[in-house]
Design a protein around this ligand. Structure first.
Ligand code: ATP
Length: 238
């Protein structure tokens, strides 16, 4: 078996004197959907920020077999680690189409970029209908689709999604669900971080539960579904 695409080993992160992550380890294998669940303030976003190169940390992060300690966020993006943050970070005054193109600004193969634009519009027909609409005038769900679409335009090897369902209506969550499954069927590796454990368990092949900065449980989706603590504390609360 080949190396995992992402390996996090014994990760510690501090904000000043306060420790946000304590000895966190996890892996995401190529072709799978990895999941991280946990309550507010557990350290999920901190973990992703560290993986994406935004924070100093202790421990080791390897992406594609390479220690990324010396890489900055832009270099990680160039290597295919693309992080769709909880805040979405869209360009509010740019159109849907322009936002998508911004996601591909560092790519040189224009034919591949055009093919990916078609792929994104096929994946999210609502974006296709709104190509010229300003991002700021879109609904929350449409903006989430746009954020995922823009991340895809960066040609991710690992697509990292932080709370993609946060604040969205069930019908839009279904669209995001379908997109995640379609992408994974096409071979896309994903790391999905969710407070909504029901959603994460539906999609992720393997999961980690993060509580107070530590991994309290890790295992397959089936192991999570059969775990009384998980079902009582986390499933069905959304
Ligand atoms: P949520 O789902 O609410 O975003 P989370 O699991 O993503 O929660 P984090 O945002 O990673 O959790 O926060 C983990 C801990 O680190 C919290 O106690 C939080 O207050 C703290 N923290 C996060 N960012 C900072 C920061 N920039 N400065 C200081 N403390 C921070």
């Amino acid at each position: 078996m080949s190396d995992p695409l992402l390996e996090v080993e014994d990760l510690d992160v501090y904000y000043g004197k306060s420790q946000a992550l304590d000895g966190v380890s996890l892996t995401v294998e190529r072709g799978e959907i990895g999941g991280i669940v946990g309550p507010n303030g557990a350290g999920k976003t901190t973990l992703l920020d560290a993986v994406a190169g935004f924070l100093d940390y202790g421990g080791t992060i390897r992406f594609n077999g390479r220690d990324v300690a010396d890489l900055n966020p832009q270099q990680l993006v160039n290597d295919g680690l693309i992080y769709c943050t909880e805040d979405r970070d869209l360009f509010p005054f740019f159109s849907v189409h322009e936002n998508l193109l911004m996601g591909a600004q560092f790519r040189e193969d224009r034919d591949a970029v055009r093919a990916d634009l078609t792929m994104v519009y096929d994946l999210f027909p609502r974006l296709d209908d709104r190509r010229d609409q300003e991002a700021q005038t879109m609904s929350g769900g449409e903006q989430q689709m746009l954020a995922v679409g823009r991340a895809l335009m960066g040609d991710p090897e690992l697509l990292v999604l932080d709370e993609p369902t946060l604040g969205l209506a069930p019908v839009i969550i279904d669209d995001i669900s379908d997109a995640i499954e379609t992408l994974n069927d096409q071979g896309q590796t994903l790391l999905l971080v969710e407070q909504n454990a029901t959603f994460a368990l539906r999609h992720a092949h393997r999961l980690s539960l993060l509580e107070s900065g530590r991994v309290e449980l890790s295992g397959s989706a089936a192991e999570f579904q059969n775990n009384d603590y998980i079902t009582e504390a986390y499933v069905g609360i959304h």
